[in-house]
Design a protein around this ligand. Structure first.
Ligand code: 5AD
Ligand code: SF4
Length: 480
């Protein structure tokens, strides 16, 4: 998905171009030169490793990093004992940060053995000044730090790392630009994420995302459609449209368009079989969207609709801008219009001021909506967010309530998933089963996984599968 021009044709005796993405291709050519020098000196191809923490947005960003690294000549590896290692970080909850610090300690050992090894950190954590200070102070062996807004500049920054021994730090507060047409290398040949927008304007009071990902910016529909068409031509059958709040897509474009209208256009793309999207904010989910989903042959029967909490008082303190009743009404409407849809959600337990009674309201929502799956998180205090300054809930209480919520989610989800036992449904085969090489793993439209006998030739195909045994969150089945 990039301009098909030859890096070797770029004249490096000239000044780098000012405009993007040409400027980055110029720097990729320079990086490639450095990689060739390395190869001549050491007699081997240098290896690079990209480790991703966090959400689908980060996974997509990592594919962009891999696209550039491979184009400049690195061999990719999953082994962090490599010549270039980059951590694409997450900071939505503190445990994500702690994992990064732990892993950085391990990298230091590898760098001691291989002094030419370069270590880089990018992503959401790097947008936090406290994290940057900590890295400068305690992890000075890191060679490169950059944030979420200038990821498109990766090639240029990589060149600087080759030329300079001090830590290279380039972090922007925000941006309103979107650079198109850079290389991307997909993890899966048959499915792909596509960014349709960046950033978030919602400022839920617990959430750090608006501070680290900046203001909402939508990509032009024609750029999105062009990208999907190219992906389909390259063998992709399933796409996931990505944004922190896809339901407000297009509002700020020069020619505004709704998310539902965008979906209608994506649906027209011939050869595309499945459309998914993530994430929907309940306050912005329109009737038009429900209608488009209902009529669509390609939009998957799955909607991720984060509720976060069941108590209207807590929702208000979270700045979610809907009440318990409004959410329940919306969920009921969706189930009424699209009966075979799977609804999933995110829940936070232990938000400041949450009482046992508030948690009962969350449990009530789980029982009423009957989620097919739910991600349950313990509230994590994020410096700089409004909720960090509110009175925190004692740990013991949070732990007790978390377990209670989790048990409810598991009971309900098991029953929901089991509804389809005995049915034949289409599964997109994604991979060979991790534990049993005679099985493959496929994903149903409703996002449930099914394992069944098959081999690698099925990967990327959509095949009908009979759902025999339900094992909680997944099925065992056979191809029909
Ligand atoms: N603590 C716990 N969970 C959080 N999330 C976002 N911020 C926090 C936080 N401070 C959860 C929300 C969101 C998901 C991606 O992460 O549930 O939907
Ligand atoms: Fe965070 Fe709320 Fe934006 Fe989601 S909608 S990224 S929870 S601020």
């Amino acid at each position: 998905m990039h301009k098909e021009f030859d890096l070797d044709k770029i004249d490096l005796s000239k000044e780098p171009p000012k405009e993007e993405p040409d400027r980055q291709y110029y720097y990729m050519a320079r990086c490639r030169q450095r990689i060739r020098e390395f190869q001549q000196k050491s007699g081997r191809v240098p290896k690079a490793c990209v480790t991703t923490f966090g959400c689908q947005m980060n996974a997509r960003d990592s594919e962009k990093l891999v696209g550039i690294l491979r184009l400049v000549g690195y061999e990719m590896t999953e082994d962090e004992d490599a010549d270039f290692v980059i951590f694409n970080t997450c900071t939505v909850r503190d445990n994500a940060n702690q994992r990064v610090y732990g892993r950085l300690g391990e990298l230091k050992g590898y760098q001691r053995k291989n002094p030419d090894m370069k270590i880089a950190l990018c992503g959401c954590m790097v947008q936090e000044s406290s994290a940057v200070e900590k890295i400068r102070g305690s992890y000075p062996f890191v060679n490169l730090l950059f944030g979420t807004h200038n990821i498109y500049k990766f090639a240029e920054l990589l060149c600087t790392v080759f030329d300079q021994s001090d830590m290279v730090v380039d972090i922007w507060e925000d941006t309103n630009s979107i650079v198109e047409n850079l290389p991307v290398e997909r993890k899966y040949s048959f499915k792909s994420g596509i960014n349709i927008m960046f950033g978030c304007n919602n400022f839920c009071s617990y959430c750090i995302v608006p501070y680290v990902r900046g203001r909402e910016r939508s990509r032009e529909p024609r750029e999105i459609l062009r990208e999907i068409e190219a992906l389909v031509a390259d063998g992709v059958v399933e796409i996931m449209l990505l944004g922190q709040n896809v339901n407000s897509y297009g509002k700020n474009l020069e020619h505004p368009i709704t998310f539902a209208q965008l979906l209608r256009e994506v649906e027209q793309i011939e050869g595309l079989r499945r459309i998914r999207f993530m994430t929907s904010h309940p306050k912005d989910l329109s009737d038009e969207l429900i209608q488009v989903m209902k009529e669509s042959k390609k939009i998957c029967r799955h909607l991720h609709l984060p509720v976060q909490a069941g108590s209207t008082r807590i929702l208000n303190a979270m700045n979610r801008r809907y009440t318990k009743e409004q959410y329940l009404e919306l969920a009921a409407k969706i189930r009424r219009e699209i009966p075979d849809i799977a609804l999933t959600t995110d829940i936070i337990v232990g938000f400041p001021g949450e009482t046992d009674d508030d948690v009962e309201e969350t449990i009530d929502v789980i029982n009423q909506v009957r989620y097919d799956n739910a991600f349950t998180f313990i509230y994590s205090r994020r410096t700089g967010t409004p909720a960090a300054g509110m009175e925190q809930v004692p740990r013991e209480q949070v732990k007790r309530n978390f377990d209670k919520v989790l048990r409810t989610v598991q009971t309900v989800a098991r029953e929901q998933v089991a509804r389809y036992r005995g049915r034949v449904m289409d599964a997109l085969v994604e991979e060979i089963n991790e534990n049993d090489g005679s099985l493959v793993t496929g994903r149903l439209s409703n996002n449930t996984l099914v394992h069944f006998p098959g081999d690698a030739s099925l990967i990327g195909q959509i095949v009908p599968v009979c759902l025999e045994e339900c094992h909680g969150f997944y099925y065992m089945g056979h191809r029909v």
